[in-house]
Design a protein around this ligand. Structure first.
Ligand SMILES: Cc1cc2nc3c(=O)[nH]c(=O)nc-3n(C[C@H](O)[C@H](O)[C@H](O)COP(=O)(O)O)c2cc1C
Length: 386
């Protein structure tokens, strides 16, 4: 079966939905080339920051914070990486070099402070050959978020000013540090946005308990990880229903299932960053192979068919099925009576069979909550309808 992974994002026709997100991994023409060779369909270059303090990195600036309960993976890629190191002229030169180096669309990324600069910077990158521009008032280290100003109003004005200055598509990278991402998206679409990138990372804080001080450079930092996907999908699936322009998902995607989930939630493309830092550019190929196999399995002719399918299946609160009850059932052949399920059942519904060799469910007490089947290391519990 011929596989059509083409997607359209902000007026750009892309050969697949996997875009390299703005970061050190896309910092110049050489890295844009690596993204292209790895299979990414477009590259969002490292942002330029108008605020000069944000152009210079502290060292070291990365940590992988692993926390949570052993056996339940939770990590945060915690970083304080600053922007492109030069001013707008050097940035324009870098954009031009990247455009010459690759055939995939090059998207420039801007983070300005002064209201008039958005349009000025956008003109320069358009002149340098960028195929689109992503504006990022939402950078975790950026002025707007640091000072807790009314981001919604600033972002709408920045979008309108950028749109007025250029002919190339203007994409807005949003933060979730907003009262309502939905209302902001609706407002910003009216300001002319051709697409949204959702969502930039949040600011976080991690502390070294021995020194009793913040880790790395001593302040708050950008943090994100696989855990951010569910909150991003929650908003993308809702916003997708209320806007006309496409969404590019970013946040926590590390493998093909994540990209497919984001598509089903309503984002035709997904941008990948931390996975490239932690596993290398090869993740793009792995993701594309996984998507190809999924398309074959589900007989999907054109990937765009699935955009928003799950978002459209979200049911209103009142329609959730509340009348059917379930109980846990143990696969007695495979249960080794390890006690994991017994140890967590707050209903005291799990004991041992008389021979002590397998778990036994007390049907009177079992609430049917479904937790034990996720705890069982041997996956030998299932739920049955009462
Ligand atoms: C080290 C690092 C540097 C980043 N730099 C930028 C940047 O310059 N501009 C920007 O818009 N986003 C930047 N980001 C955010 C990423 O583009 C991406 O949206 C975010 O990391 C979420 O995706 P992920 O979970 O795949 O990492 C950066 C992220 C990291 C980890």
């Amino acid at each position: 079966m011929s596989q059509n992974m083409n997607v359209t994002y902000a007026g750009l026709r892309l050969k697949n939905p996997v875009i390299a997100a703005s970061a050190g991994t896309t910092k110049d023409a050489d890295h844009a080339k690596r993204c292209e060779e790895a299979g990414f369909s477009a590259v969002v270059l490292k942002s330029i920051q108008e605020e000069t303090i944000n152009r210079y990195n502290p060292f070291p600036r990365f940590a992988v914070v692993k926390n949570g309960i052993p056996g339940f993976n939770s990590n945060s890629f915690y970083s304080y990486e600053q922007a492109f190191e030069g001013g707008i002229d050097e940035y324009a030169e870098m954009v031009a070099q990247a455009v010459r180096a690759v055939d995939i669309p090059v998207i420039a990324s801007l983070n300005c402070v002064n209201p008039q600069s958005w349009g000025e910077y956008a003109k320069v990158v358009q002149q340098a050959g960028a195929k689109a521009v992503e504006i990022v008032p939402s950078c975790p280290v950026g002025l707007f978020l640091r000072e807790n100003v009314d981001f919604s109003k600033i972002i709408g004005k920045a979008t309108a000013d950028t749109k007025a200055a250029v002919d190339i598509p203007v994409v807005v990278k949003m933060s979730m540090q907003l009262t309502s991402p939905l209302l902001t998206a609706i407002e910003v679409e009216q300001s002319g946005a051709d697409g949204f990138t959702m969502f930039n990372r949040l600011t976080g804080l991690d502390i070294d308990v021995e020194t009793q001080a913040p880790i790395l450079h001593g302040g708050v930092a950008g943090h994100g990880g696989p855990w951010s996907m569910q909150m991003n999908m929650r908003w993308i699936s809702e916003i997708f229903q209320h806007i006309q322009v496409p969404i590019s998902a970013t946040g926590g995607a590390t493998n093909w299932t994540d990209v497919i989930k984001y598509m089903l939630a309503g984002a035709p493309t997904t941008q990948i960053c931390a996975a490239v830092y932690l596993r290398g550019y090869k993740v793009a190929k792995e993701i594309l192979n996984g998507i190809g196999a999924y398309m074959e399995r589900h007989e999907i002719q054109a990937l765009e068919e699935i955009v928003g399918v799950a978002a459209n299946r979200i049911i209103p609160l009142g329609e959730a099925e509340r009348s059917k009850r379930y109980f846990a059932k143990v696969d007695e052949e495979n249960c080794s009576a390890c006690g994991a399920c017994q140890g967590i059942c707050i209903y005291d519904a799990i004991g041992l069979a008389a021979d002590g060799k397998r778990a036994r469910i007390n049907l009177e007490k079992c609430d049917g909550c479904g937790l034990c089947l996720h705890i069982c290391p041997k996956k030998c519990i299932s739920m049955q309808a009462k």
